[in-house]
Design a protein. Structure first.
Length: 85
Protein backbone atom coordinates (compact mmCIF):
# COMPACT_ATOMS: atom_id res chain seq x y z
CA UNK A 1 0.00 0.00 0.00
CA UNK A 2 2.77 2.43 0.91
CA UNK A 3 4.52 1.77 -2.40
CA UNK A 4 1.36 2.74 -4.27
CA UNK A 5 1.06 5.94 -2.25
CA UNK A 6 4.69 6.75 -3.00
CA UNK A 7 3.91 6.26 -6.69
CA UNK A 8 1.03 8.75 -6.48
CA UNK A 9 3.31 11.19 -4.67
CA UNK A 10 5.88 10.86 -7.45
CA UNK A 11 3.18 11.78 -9.98
CA UNK A 12 2.30 14.90 -7.98
CA UNK A 13 5.96 15.91 -7.89
CA UNK A 14 6.27 15.54 -11.68
CA UNK A 15 4.50 18.90 -12.07
CA UNK A 16 5.79 21.12 -9.27
CA UNK A 17 4.64 24.39 -10.84
CA UNK A 18 1.77 23.26 -13.06
CA UNK A 19 -1.54 21.40 -12.85
CA UNK A 20 -1.77 19.02 -15.80
CA UNK A 21 -5.24 17.67 -16.66
CA UNK A 22 -4.51 14.33 -14.96
CA UNK A 23 -3.27 15.78 -11.66
CA UNK A 24 -6.59 16.62 -9.92
CA UNK A 25 -7.63 12.96 -10.01
CA UNK A 26 -4.26 11.91 -8.63
CA UNK A 27 -4.66 14.40 -5.77
CA UNK A 28 -8.11 13.01 -4.99
CA UNK A 29 -6.79 9.46 -4.93
CA UNK A 30 -3.83 10.44 -2.78
CA UNK A 31 -6.11 12.24 -0.31
CA UNK A 32 -8.07 9.02 0.19
CA UNK A 33 -5.02 7.63 2.04
CA UNK A 34 -4.71 10.55 4.49
CA UNK A 35 -6.18 8.58 7.40
CA UNK A 36 -4.07 5.47 6.98
CA UNK A 37 -1.47 4.56 9.60
CA UNK A 38 2.09 5.87 9.56
CA UNK A 39 4.22 6.16 7.46
CA UNK A 40 1.48 6.57 4.84
CA UNK A 41 -0.27 9.40 6.65
CA UNK A 42 2.89 11.50 7.02
CA UNK A 43 3.85 10.88 3.38
CA UNK A 44 0.47 12.11 2.18
CA UNK A 45 0.57 15.14 4.48
CA UNK A 46 4.04 16.11 3.30
CA UNK A 47 3.09 15.76 -0.35
CA UNK A 48 0.09 18.07 0.04
CA UNK A 49 2.22 20.60 1.95
CA UNK A 50 4.81 20.52 -0.84
CA UNK A 51 2.06 20.88 -3.45
CA UNK A 52 0.71 23.95 -1.70
CA UNK A 53 4.18 25.47 -1.43
CA UNK A 54 5.03 24.95 -5.08
CA UNK A 55 1.66 26.09 -6.44
CA UNK A 56 0.84 29.09 -4.23
CA UNK A 57 2.45 31.74 -6.46
CA UNK A 58 0.11 31.00 -9.39
CA UNK A 59 -2.82 29.66 -7.38
CA UNK A 60 -5.39 31.89 -9.13
CA UNK A 61 -4.48 30.18 -12.40
CA UNK A 62 -4.06 26.66 -10.98
CA UNK A 63 -7.37 26.62 -9.14
CA UNK A 64 -9.25 27.02 -12.42
CA UNK A 65 -8.17 23.49 -13.31
CA UNK A 66 -9.80 22.06 -10.18
CA UNK A 67 -13.47 21.53 -9.40
CA UNK A 68 -14.94 23.20 -6.34
CA UNK A 69 -14.86 19.83 -4.55
CA UNK A 70 -11.19 19.34 -5.42
CA UNK A 71 -10.37 22.83 -4.17
CA UNK A 72 -12.15 22.08 -0.88
CA UNK A 73 -10.25 18.81 -0.63
CA UNK A 74 -6.95 20.66 -0.98
CA UNK A 75 -7.94 23.11 1.74
CA UNK A 76 -8.86 20.21 4.02
CA UNK A 77 -5.54 18.52 3.33
CA UNK A 78 -3.25 21.52 3.89
CA UNK A 79 -5.00 23.26 6.79
CA UNK A 80 -4.21 21.80 10.18
CA UNK A 81 -7.32 20.70 12.05
CA UNK A 82 -8.40 22.99 14.83
CA UNK A 83 -7.78 21.81 18.36
CA UNK A 84 -11.27 22.97 19.28
CA UNK A 85 -13.13 21.54 16.28
Amino acid sequence: LHAGVLGLEALVMLAPYDVPVWLPEVLERLASFANKPQPIKSSVTKTFADFRRTHQDNWAEHRQRLSVEQQELLVDMVVAPSFYA
